[in-house]
Design a protein around this ligand. Structure first.
Ligand SMILES: Cc1cc2nc3c(=O)[nH]c(=O)nc-3n(C[C@H](O)[C@H](O)[C@H](O)COP(=O)(O)OP(=O)(O)OC[C@H]3O[C@@H](n4cnc5c(N)ncnc54)[C@H](O)[C@@H]3O)c2cc1C
Length: 351
């Protein structure tokens, strides 16, 4: 029976970022995933954006998360010897004069100027974006090709004999941390199964509030005057990939949590896109996934109060790409160095 410091269950964004963080800190790690059967990460656009919401406010802990993610993903790219981290400005056309006044007012504050380009670039966007009230470019944004990052990390793990593609059955863990049938023992087993952890006998008490989302991939029908590399965001978003292919999204559905794509979501996304970009969008692919969000919108991490060899790193919600690197490191501080967890993110808040 082989023994590891950590068994990570689920190789989505959470499991991947945590496993790499632990490996970098000289911990032995083994990872299990069921073949991305219920993966939100495979559907995610992977956008990281420091200024969000109707009121265009700095996202939670942006001053900590954004410098951290930049170092993390750059280092992870060089470790995996590939490119999946794309830094891009995000153009946010205003919805009204009131919003324009509000944003331009707050942008003078120093803490915002790190994240906003105050030069007026509206004319550049006018040929393809509906920006009658002007807009602002957000700095330090971009996207991660999450599918590629996961695939490369999985290849690395497979080569190192640190990965098993199989469904994990939590009933097969015994008190010594052994997993019957798999011939693996781990000092700690960390659950990173996304929204599926809602169904776990260990974690069903946590305040998950999963939310389904759908995205479209395709092309704009007229490519004349349409040559933009920036992400465009207002209610919906448009993400340029390669070869004039774009991803557009997304939707939020709390009631019907299945993985089916729907005509309703397609027409909602097309509507948002057509209010944002002048040329017509033609979708060639539609995908759905379930975000592991929480009722208080904070992530979930910690060790089980009755079974301290079992833990969770989850609740990344709608912003997993921004949140995962900093908080995987924070969780590793707790696991390895016994440092206290931030109360906002610790599962102790949920008891
Ligand atoms: C439409 C959509 C768009 C999104 N866009 C963005 C975005 O632009 N930016 C952003 O930051 N976030 C975005 N997100 C959110 C992002 O996807 C999540 O925050 C993140 O991917 C969650 O990662 P996770 O590892 O916790 O969960 P998951 O990605 O769901 O990973 C869990 C893994 O565990 C596996 N698993 C489950 N049960 C078992 C089992 N019993 N045994 C073995 N394996 C198991 C699953 O198959 C999966 O591979 C989006 C999500 C959706 C749905």
């Amino acid at each position: 029976m082989k023994t590891y410091n950590y068994l990570i269950v689920g190789q989505g964004l959470a499991g991947t970022v945590l496993a790499y963080t632990l490996l970098k800190r000289n911990q032995s790690v083994f990872v299990i995933d069921d073949g991305y059967k219920t993966s939100a990460s495979q559907v995610a656009a992977g956008i990281f954006n420091p200024i969000t919401g109707m009121r265009m406010v700095k996202t939670w802990k942006a001053d900590l998360l954004f410098p951290f993610l930049q170092n993390f993903y750059t280092d992870f790219e060089s470790f995996l010897n590939t490119h999946f981290f794309f830094q891009k400005p995000i153009y946010r056309p205003f919805e009204s004069i009131a919003q324009q006044n509000h944003v331009l007012g707050q942008s003078a504050e120093k803490s915002f100027s790190n994240f906003m380009n105050l030069e007026n670039n509206d004319e550049h966007y006018k040929p393809f974006v509906f920006n009658e009230f002007g807009g602002v470019e957000i700095k330090n944004g971009g996207y991660i090709d999450v599918g590629k990052m996961l695939a490369y990390f999985r290849d690395f793990l497979v080569k190192e004999n640190l990965f098993l593609a199989t469904p994990f059955d939590e009933d097969k863990i015994n008190a010594e941390g052994e997993i019957k049938d798999l011939k693996i023992r781990a000092e700690k087993i960390i659950f990173c199964r996304g929204f599926k952890d809602r169904e776990s006998k260990f974690w069903s008490y946590l305040p998950f509030k999963a939310v389904k989302g759908e995205v479209l991939t395709g092309k704009f029908e007229s490519t004349e005057n349409l040559d933009f590399e920036q992400i465009i965001n207002r209610q919906g978003w448009v993400l340029p990939l390669e070869n004039s292919i774009y991803k557009v999204g997304s939707t939020y559905e709390w009631d019907k949590l299945d993985s089916e794509i729907t005509e309703k979501a397609k027409s909602d996304i097309l509507e948002k896109t057509h209010q944002l970009i002048r040329p017509h969008f033609k979708a060639s692919k539609q995908e759905a996934g379930i975000r592991p969000a929480t009722a208080d919108r904070f992530p979930l991490m910690g060790l089980h109060k009755i079974y301290p060899n079992i833990g969770i790193f989850n609740g990344l919600g709608t912003k997993g790409v921004s949140i995962a690197p900093y908080f995987a490191n924070h969780f590793a501080d707790y696991l390895i160095e016994n440092k206290a967890l931030d109360k906002e993110v610790s599962i102790a808040r949920c008891s």
